[in-house]
Each structure stands twice: as structure tokens, then as C-alpha cells.
Ligand binder design. Structure first.
Ligand SMILES: N[C@@H](Cc1c[nH]c[nH+]1)C(=O)O
Length: 419
């Protein structure tokens, strides 16, 4: 057994990776808090039944941990289902709307045949529970755009769709063609639709649906020309109100929100009932899905013993693609912070005084300072200076056996003053 390697699909994050991930998470967390969202932490392990209840994932895609006598447990593949469960069962009586946010790892089995074996991913996201109107949809979309802007993603756009409308427009297709058209749309495979042995009128309809992508008002107009049922018309009207509100906001803040309406956007999770969206990076480094989400108005009811549901909407940002996109810019830290001080005991009998002085430095500085103790025997002062230089430490404190302290600055870097 190769004990020197992590299991297939697992990845270690080394200190610089962690510093960069932390930088991104801190930016996002700052935005979430400015919009009034509160932290929630749910269990990494869930009952598999709870994970699959809302259609977020198929049972065979869940990484199962063990079968105890009464329950099959699995690692969460995403957080919306867990948060819905916790909100309904553990937070009864809270006032709505409820704004929750998280940063967590999720686990998914890699799809068969995929080149990547990655099984653990990091997400930061929000869920807005108990608000069903257009304003809630717009809040979540604007919060997502704020996250992308504040973290410094240069080129991005939002793909926006309406899961209920797409689902309903696909209803005239008999099975198994409905699923095949749906999956060809999700894969952006127009040729597959052209090759389907469908009745010509149905095939034309599939191609019209496939092509419903572009400037929001143009697409809304094209859909309006289809023969719509009153329900479909209501969904389209709501989408139009959402787009209008976003555009009014854009005009008032003098910005053009990069939104593409794409009714062929199909999310992999089945729990979505209203708008669905993806944030896509359009940078030269390639197309990356930076985040995704949507409205789910039936999900919470699945966890309520009486089946009472209330609306929800949210999104998550995917930290790995976000990290890849930001790595090509200049905003992420590209080295770890160096320590400010190296405290060097003159010999074994000076070690206690060195620990005491290091403690003073750490506690008396007004802001965070990093203080290391030199653990090597000090043969010459120059060897200690070399160790400090090698570790980019700018200040040295020489501690004598009698407790006398001498300080020295070895580079031009400005560090905090010794107390
Ligand atoms: N949990 C979803 C994103 C989401 C959050 N809220 C609604 N949708 C995902 O992992 O893709």
C-alpha cells in the first residue's frame, strides 16, 4: 500500500495553497456579511436518504462511509440539502427571511470516464430562506455579482434561466426523447438534437429551445412568440420582471450587468423550481464555472414532518476554478508572510529568557506580529543572521543568559518596534 500518497482523488493543500484559499474565502465572507448573511456549519456526514431526497444527487454518486445498523451515511456532495434539513428541523420558529452562508468541503464521485479523479471540493455559498419574490431572486444575483467583483475576477458573465419554464417547454417531448433532448441541451450538443429521429415539428421545437440564448430582452421576446400556456406565460413574466429590476439597478449604478439569458441552461440538481444561473469566467484561460445556484421552493418541505414547505434560493462559488482564474491575475498572495522577529538565545541557559522575550513581543505589539524562536544552536551570530535572511525575517533579538536583550534589523523591511 502506498502510504506516502494521499488516496486517489484527494489532495493536500500546502501552506501557500491555504493562504490563497483563505484570501479568496475572506473576500467572499466579507461580502456575505455585508449583505447580512449569518454563518451555518452542517455535518460533513449525512444520512444518504437526506442527501438524495431533493434530487441533488443520485445515491450511487454519494461517497458512502459505512452502513451502521439503521442508516446509510454519506459525505455531503453539496450543502443546500443539508442546510434545508437543518433549517426545517432545527430552526423552527426563526423569523423569515433567513440569510445563511457557509464555507465548506463537499465530496463527489468523479463521473465515469472523466480524466479528473478529484473527489473533494471547496465551496462558499449562501441560502436565502423564506422569501419567494422577485426581490429575493435579484438580491441573490446581485450578491453573486458583488462576490465576483470584490474578489477581482476580471471577465465573467452570468447565464440565467428558469428551470420551471424549460421543464415545461420540454413536456411535449415523449420519453425517452425528453431526457435525451434535455441532456443534449445540457451538453450544448446541437448535432445530437438534429440527428434525433423525432417528428419534424418536435425537432424544430427542440432546436428553437436549444437556441434560446442571448440578450435577456431578445430571448424573452422570442419565448413570448411561442404558443405558451398561462403557467408558462406567468413564469416568463416573472423572468422579465427580474431582468427589468436588474437593468434598473444597472442603470442607477451606471454599470452593465453581464447577463446572458439561456433557457437551455440545465442544472444537474433536480430541486430547482425557478430561476437557475451560473457564473462563468470568460477569461482567456478558458471557460470555468465559478459558481451556480437557483431557486428551490419545494425542497424545504421534504424535510418537514408535515410536508410544509417554504421558498429558498441560493448559490455557491466553486473555490478551485475561482482560484485558477485568480491565479492568472495579481491579487492572490504569491508568498507566505515571513515572521517579523527571530529571537535567538545565546545558549541553552538563555532559552527561558528567550521564550519570555518572544512572549512580550507577541503580546505587546498593537497588531499581529509573528515571532519565531531560533531552535538551532548559535555557533556564530552570522549563522543566525543567515537563517533569518533565508526565512525573510527582518529583525533579530539576541537574548543573553543574564536576560539582556539586543535587537538588530538585518534588512530594510520595516517591522514593529521592540517593546
Ligand atoms: N448547492 C448547489 C448550489 C446552490 C446553492 N443554493 C442553491 N443552489 C451546488 O452545489 O451546485
Amino acid at each position: 500500500m502506498a502510504i506516502h500518497q494521499p488516496p486517489t482523488g484527494a489532495r493536500d493543500l500546502l501552506p501557500l495553497d491555504v493562504a490563497q484559499k483563505h484570501w479568496i474565502e475572506t473576500k467572499l465572507q466579507d461580502v456575505f456579511q455585508r449583505w447580512g448573511y449569518q454563518w451555518i456549519v452542517t455535518s460533513t456526514l449525512e444520512r444518504v436518504d437526506a442527501l438524495v431526497a431533493g434530487g441533488s444527487v443520485r445515491r450511487d454518486k454519494v461517497i458512502q462511509i459505512y452502513d451502521s445498523e439503521s442508516e446509510d451515511l454519506g459525505l455531503r456532495p453539496e450543502l443546500t440539502a443539508s442546510i434545508a434539513r437543518a433549517a426545517v428541523t432545527r430552526m423552527a420558529g426563526v423569523t423569515h427571511p433567513q440569510r445563511l452562508c457557509y464555507s465548506a468541503n463537499v465530496f463527489r464521485k468523479p463521473p465515469k470516464g472523466s480524466a479528473s479523479r478529484q473527489q473533494e471540493f471547496f465551496q462558499s455559498g449562501v441560502e436565502l430562506l423564506g422569501a419567494g419574490g422577485v426581490a429575493a431572486d435579484v438580491e441573490v444575483l446581485l450578491l453573486l455579482t458583488d462576490c465576483l467583483e470584490r474578489s477581482g475576477v476580471a471577465d465573467w458573465h452570468l447565464l440565467l434561466s428558469e428551470a420551471g419554464l424549460t421543464r415545461s417547454l420540454l413536456e411535449p417531448f415523449p420519453q425517452p426523447w425528453r431526457d435525451r433532448v434535455r441532456s443534449a441541451m445540457a451538453r450544448l450538443d446541437r448535432l445530437a438534437i438534429e440527428a434525433m429521429p423525432l417528428d419534424p415539428a418536435l425537432r424544430d421545437r427542440a432546436l428553437i429551445l436549444f437556441d434560446l440564448r442571448g440578450r435577456p430582452m431578445d430571448v424573452i421576446q422570442q419565448v413570448g412568440q411561442l404558443d405558451l400556456t398561462p403557467d408558462q406565460q406567468a413564469m416568463l413574466d416573472r423572468l422579465k420582471t427580474t431582468v427589468d429590476l436588474l437593468q434598473d439597478y444597472g442603470r442607477a449604478t451606471e454599470q452593465t450587468l453581464p447577463i446572458v439569458l439561456d433557457l437551455s441552461l440545465i442544472q444537474t440538481f433536480d430541486y430547482y423550481t425557478g430561476i437557475v444561473f451560473e457564473a462563468i469566467s470568460s477569461a482567456d484561460t478558458g471557460h470555468e464555472i465559478l459558481g451556480q445556484g437557483g431557486r428551490y421552493d419545494q425542497l424545504l418541505g421534504l424535510y418537514d414532518p408535515d410536508g410544509n414547505s417554504y421558498p429558498g434560493i441560493g448559490f455557491c462559488l466553486n473555490l478551485e476554478p475561482l482560484h485558477r482564474v485568480l491565479s492568472s491575475g495579481e491579487r492572490l498572495p504569491n508568498q507566505l508572510p515571513a515572521s517579523d522577529w527571530l529571537v535567538v538565545p545565546a545558549g541553552p541557559r538563555a532559552r527561558a529568557a528567550a521564550f519570555v522575550y518572544a512572549r512580550r513581543l507577541r503580546t505587546e505589539a498593537p497588531s499581529l506580529i509573528r515571532v519565531e524562536l531560533d531552535l538551532q544552536p548559535t555557533v556564530t551570530r552570522e549563522s543566525a543572521r543567515d537563517r533569518a535572511r533565508a526565512r525573510r525575517i527582518g529583525r533579530l533579538a539576541w537574548v543573553q543568559e543574564d536576560g539582556v536583550i539586543e535587537t538588530e534589523t538585518i534588512t530594510k523591511r520595516k517591522g514593529p518596534e521592540a517593546p
